[in-house]
Design a protein around this ligand. Structure first.
Ligand SMILES: CC(C)(COP(=O)(O)OP(=O)(O)OC[C@H]1O[C@@H](n2cnc3c(N)ncnc32)[C@H](O)[C@@H]1OP(=O)(O)O)[C@@H](O)C(=O)NCCC(=O)NCCS
Length: 289
């Protein structure tokens, strides 16, 4: 057994190579430059121990005072003390709380022992074999490939479609518009829905699917999903996965219709304090006209 310390500390230059070896394996950072940039911007977001533990942190959303632990590599017995230490790191940088990584059911215990509680439960769904399912066209709705020029409209649409906890901030939306194939649905010129997908290590990922509340139930979600799956199939992917809230029955029904099935165990996000993942605060610009 190693006698080196498990206590977390801010990473130094000499630690980055071993951090990257783990981060690449799990797809957290695609390149050493990406990791180096994140570390240079905020060195406290890369925490390591001399014994080999690594934690990668990031702001959860710009509009919320929460830090996310994007990944934690450590022996199970060290998880409670690491999470307590990471909460202290988050607080020292002006945040209220720290979120766990997405934790599978069977690994919940050490987080609960740290004093954390579940604030979200989600499921992974997978489509094992792409079968062509034609989505019916929707009258008056056109699909269009999108780029960064629709950033502001998608941020506004996200406010309508998701709670504050889940909606993207400018940074995330820009990042995903850069990395994911994004398709928007237009109705009378207005953007009423969008879907994002990408190919990650050979399999398809549906990253986002949203339709404005006033336009739901007319087939737009199905149209967007069918288009994304058609694209992923043309790219040669055999399997596509997505992640959704365990209680989002509406979305799960839609995914099931396309052949998606739940896989593996549920995943949880935990926090030390109260975190409301359902609440939406309507921003003043949407109230004052
Ligand atoms: C999930 C979501 C994208 C679905 O979008 P949508 O446009 O309502 O999807 P559809 O219209 O294709 O399907 C919804 C229902 O309308 C039905 N429908 C579709 N076209 C129809 C039509 N012409 N007439 C009547 N019903 C119709 C579908 O059969 C489906 O019924 P079901 O709920 O019994 O399965 C939307 O509810 C949403 O944005 N939710 C919030 C964001 C979210 O949760 N995203 C997924 C996160 S992973």
């Amino acid at each position: 057994m190693s006698s080196r310390s498990h206590a977390l500390r801010m990473a130094e230059e000499r630690d980055l190579a071993r951090v990257f070896a783990l981060a690449r394996q799990d797809g957290v950072f695609a390149s050493m430059e990406e990791l180096r940039d994140a570390w240079a911007r905020a060195p406290w977001t890369v925490q390591v121990s001399d014994a080999g533990d690594v934690a990668l942190l990031d702001r959860w959303r710009e509009h919320l005072p929460l830090v996310a632990v994007n990944a934690l590599w450590s022996p199970e017995r060290s998880v409670p003390s690491h999470m307590t230490a990471l909460r202290a790191v988050a607080r020292a940088h002006g945040f209220d709380d720290v979120l766990s990584p997405f934790v599978p059911e069977e690994l919940l215990d050490p987080y609960v022992r740290a004093g954390m509680r579940v604030v979200h439960t989600g499921v992974t769904m997978a489509l094992r074999q792409h079968a062509f399912i034609a989505s019916a066209p929707v009258r008056g709705v056109e699909l269009e490939l999108a780029d960064e020029s629709v950033l502001e409209q998608l941020l506004a649409l996200d406010i309508e479609c998701f709670s504050d906890f889940w909606r993207y901030d400018v940074r995330l939306m820009r990042e995903y518009l850069g990395s994911d194939r994004t398709v928007i649905a237009r109705h009378e010129g207005a953007i009423v829905g969008y879907a994002m997908c990408r190919i990650d290590r050979g399999h398809g990922v549906i990253g986002r699917l949203a339709v404005a509340p006033a336009h739901r139930g007319h087939g737009i979600g199905g149209l967007l999903l069918g288009d994304a799956l058609g694209y992923l199939e043309r790219q040669g992917t055999q399997r596509t996965v997505l992640y959704t809230q365990a209680d989002n029955e509406q979305a799960q029904r839609l995914y099931a219709r396309f052949g998606f099935e739940q896989t593996g165990s549920r995943k949880h996000l935990l926090a030390f304090g109260e975190v409301d993942t359902e609440k939406s605060v309507v921003p003043w610009s949407h109230v004052v006209r």
